[in-house]
Design a protein around this ligand. Structure first.
Ligand code: SAM
Ligand code: NAG
Ligand code: NAG
Ligand code: NAG
Length: 336
């Protein structure tokens, strides 16, 4: 996008040069006294004009515009910004890869990690004022709208879950993007089979997205309010996992920020919320701050039709900025 902007800037300026040239020259022609100034002025403008057009053409060679298909490429498009019109020095290294660039900064380091054993009570106290969301569930006015179990997921049962849980033996898992709990309940089942005492924190605003009901018409709605959270709680209870799964029903950005402040860290983090570049970039960077040493972060849609929306570009850029390697497991990306 910066590239685009710089491409267009010199072109927009050309008519400006012409406009001021004619305006000024007609003034000076009516008043013959400052002829010397006039000639000087013409020379100055001419010089500026030629400088601008020559740097425009060299700029074009340096930064070719991204083709519309670049968005799907596996490597991020890294653009060297070249300033042409205001005499600023040329950038020597790519600002996109500079770790101090604002786009790569996601706040201060997190608080000292709290022991995993107290994470569940921290969340119940701080998020739910001391009362588990499973307590007295479901309330009567909701009970009649729910189904005993309604789970739908996307790649939620891939081998990557078993591979990474076996590998990391996690005490804490953070899932960024949960929907109806397909992957969360799958992970709970895997940890149970391995005899682990794992807490899984599920971050989701439980709103879905505008228009998602075109594809998901079986989640109840009340006065326009989609009851994803109650159906999720119902699914977790049905699958006997309420002791190991806790939802945090707010936006991923605000929740990841708070977990960082509270020192809530994880051994395994799954990122599967917003799939546009900006959402994925933010989630990945914020989530990574919560990863314990030796932990693993992974996410969906590196190799599906959705990767083109931006997940793959966000993952690849994150790896490039930080010097990490991206591994692939089925449709998932994995960074260790
Ligand atoms: C693809 S679904 C998650 C699927 C789940 N991991 C599974 O495999 O079963 C994405 C979820 O991310 C949630 N989401 C997207 N953007 C979000 C945001 N900014 N804050 C909170 N949740 C968000 C949506 O509500 C949706 O439930
Ligand atoms: C982009 O990809 C499509 C389909 O693969 C192709 O038809 C089109 O010519 C490509 N456009 C460019 C600018 O490369
Ligand atoms: C939070 O819990 C305390 C003690 O259990 C109670 O007195 C208070 O009213 C609760 N606050 C809210 C907002 O529910
Ligand atoms: C949940 O636990 C109950 C009682 O122990 C058991 O009957 C039921 O089969 C379990 N359900 C699942 C899905 O494991």
């Amino acid at each position: 996008m910066k590239n685009d902007h710089h491409q267009h800037l010199p072109r927009q300026q050309l008519p400006l040069h012409h406009r001021s040239f004619w305006k000024n020259s007609s003034n000076y022609l009516r008043n013959p006294k400052p002829t010397a100034y006039f000639i000087l002025l013409i020379l100055t403008y001419a010089l500026g004009y030629f400088t601008a057009s020559s740097s425009l053409s060299s700029n074009k060679q340096l930064t070719s515009p991204p083709s519309p298909n670049d968005s799907a490429s596996t490597t991020p498009t890294v653009v060297n910004l070249v300033t042409t019109t205001n005499n600023c020095p040329l950038a020597t290294s790519s600002p996109i890869l500079d770790k101090n660039n604002d786009h790569n900064r996601f706040g201060p380091v997190c608080s000292t990690p709290v022991p995993p054993e107290i994470i569940r009570s921290i969340i119940i106290n701080r998020v739910y004022n001391g009362t588990s969301p499973y307590e007295n569930f479901p309330p009567p006015h909701v009970a009649e709208l729910l189904r005993p179990k309604r789970v739908k997921g996307w790649g939620s049962y891939g081998a990557v879950f078993e591979n990474l849980i076996t590998k990391t033996q996690p005490k804490t898992i953070i899932e960024v993007g949960t929907f109806l709990g397909a992957s969360a309940t799958h992970m709970a089942e895997l940890t149970r089979q391995l005899g682990l005492q794992t807490q899984i924190l599920c971050l989701d605003d439980f709103r879905g997205w505008p228009g998602f009901r075109d594809r998901v018409d079986y989640v109840p709605v009340q006065n326009g309010d989609v009851l994803l959270l109650p159906q999720f709680l119902q699914n977790v209870i049905y699958l006997n996992s309420s002791e190991s799964i806790l939802p945090i029903p707010f936006t991923t950005g605000s929740t990841l920020q708070k977990l960082c402040e509270w020192g809530v860290m994880a051994d395994l983090i799954e990122v599967d919320a917003g799939h546009d570049f900006q959402s994925a970039w933010s989630d990945i960077n914020r989530a990574y701050k919560l990863l314990r040493p030796g932990g693993v972060m992974f996410g969906h849609d590196y190799f599906t039709k959705y990767d083109d929306k931006g997940v793959r570009r966000a993952v690849d850029l994150f790896a490039k900025v930080n010097g990490f390697k991206v591994n692939v497991d089925g449709q998932h990306w994995v960074i260790e």
